[in-house]
Design a protein around this ligand. Structure first.
Ligand SMILES: [Zn+2]
Length: 408
């Protein structure tokens, strides 16, 4: 009798569950980004990048949709949303490098998990992510050691704290490197070292992250170093960058000094005298992953008091581009120290960018930067001096003579 009842219940569940769930074991719904149709198809798919939203589900979904920043989002209740069709490019990895290859958006699928890089997923999320990964692995034949947390592939350009290109720009998705978590989501292999650090292309800017990503076991295991306490308090060995990363000088990042004064990141002019004990609060709007500071045009006077303050030694790098109010475009390497210090307010600045050349009748934007031509991280300097991102431009009427800048 009991068996028959159980069978009946099972039958009811099967008959009345939505078709997606029945067919694939996944509760999935399409909530495509308005940018979806504009995104080019990817040439190949070699990686899956796992992210944590660092914020709540509803706000994250809206933001991810608005900017087309993931293919999928896995909510805390196990519900999965499609945001960008899986064969198109989503802009989720930002400035990224793995094994010498950059711009991993071109060759990867991005999954955002609602939650935090250092907090466990819900059991519903684990089940959903495991099934989603199982399906994608089967479709694209991606081995487990190419399913990587975002923090493993993100890298930063030189700044005032780190003089070399570095790993550690983000801790996004960090928990997805832990072996216990990986085995829960059906992954049984992971990279054992950082190929870009080993090859000297990058340096390590976050030791704790490095140990978590490539260590043999979960940091919680006996003998392993624990997460640093007082996560958001500046100490002698814990800088504003360590806490807020590239949001350190954003207006949404608030500093509470030991003497009671409060200042926003964009109001601070001297980062050398940040007293230990200062509490750093990264704004709620900024905790959801957002475009890194080095991936947009920084305006002197508005976003930073000076180029040197923003970029440190990289201010004089050949991959730092300045758009002068006079209309001139110069590279950091073309400036003397004195010229650097006399750049005026309103000068635009891109860090970690190169020029792809000038658009002509025979050389269109796509010929220069390929499928990245219409992304928010590609920039166009029009002949009239204005600078637009790829998202703000229409390929049919980019004026001839426009110069294209992209991340190499
Ligand atoms: Zn991420």
């Amino acid at each position: 009798m009991f068996r028959i009842r159980a069978l009946l219940i099972l039958l009811t569940l099967i008959l009345f569950s939505p078709p997606g769930l029945r067919a694939q074991g996944l509760d999935i719904e399409s909530r495509y980004s308005p940018l979806n149709r504009r995104r080019s198809p990817r040439g190949s798919t070699e990686y899956i990048i796992l992210h944590t939203t660092e914020g709540g589900g509803r706000g994250s979904l809206e933001k991810l949709r608005r900017f087309g920043e993931a293919h999928y989002m896995v909510d805390t209740n196990g519900k999965v949303y499609r945001i960008i069709e899986r064969h198109r490019i989503a802009t989720h990895a930002g400035r990224s490098m793995w094994n010498g290859r950059t711009n991993l958006d071109n060759v990867s699928i991005g999954i955002e998990v609602v939650g935090f890089h250092d907090k466990p997923m819900t059991s519903a999320q684990i089940r959903a992510l495991r099934e989603l990964l199982r399906q994608l692995k089967a479709i694209y034949r991606i081995p487990d050691n190419r399913i990587l947390p975002h923090s493993m592939v993100a890298y930063g350009t030189p700044n005032r704290w780190h003089r070399a290109p570095h790993r550690g720009r983000k801790r996004c998705g960090m928990l997805m490197a832990r072996e216990d978590v990986r085995s829960q989501i059906g992954l049984h292999d992971k990279p054992r070292f950082d190929p870009d650090v080993r090859a000297g292309r990058l340096v390590v800017a976050d030791d704790y992250l490095e140990r978590t990503l490539f260590g043999p076991s979960a940091p919680a295991a006996a003998g392993a170093p624990a997460a640093p306490a007082a996560d958001n308090v500046i100490a002698r060995n814990r800088s504003a960058w360590d806490i807020a990363r590239e949001q350190y000088n954003a207006p949404t990042t608030v500093y509470e000094f030991p003497d009671g004064r409060v200042q926003r990141g964009n109001e601070i002019t001297n980062w050398n005298i940040m007293p230990p004990g200062t509490i750093v609060r990264v704004g709620a709007g900024a905790t959801v992953e957002q475009q890194s500071e080095s991936e947009r045009v920084i305006l002197l006077g508005r976003d930073t008091p000076s180029a040197r303050e923003f970029a440190g030694p990289a201010a004089l790098d050949e991959k730092t581009v300045y758009f002068l109010p006079t209309g001139e475009v110069v590279r950091g390497s073309e400036l003397t120290e004195a010229q650097l210090d006399s750049l005026v307010e309103g000068t635009g600045m891109l860090v970690g960018y190169v020029s792809g050349g000038i658009i002509s009748a025979r050389r269109r934007a796509f010929d220069i930067v390929g499928p990245r031509w219409n992304l928010a991280t590609t920039f166009y300097r029009l002949p009239d001096g204005t600078v637009r991102s790829g998202e703000q431009i229409n390929e049919r009427n980019i004026p001839l003579g426009t110069e294209v800048f992209f991340q190499p």
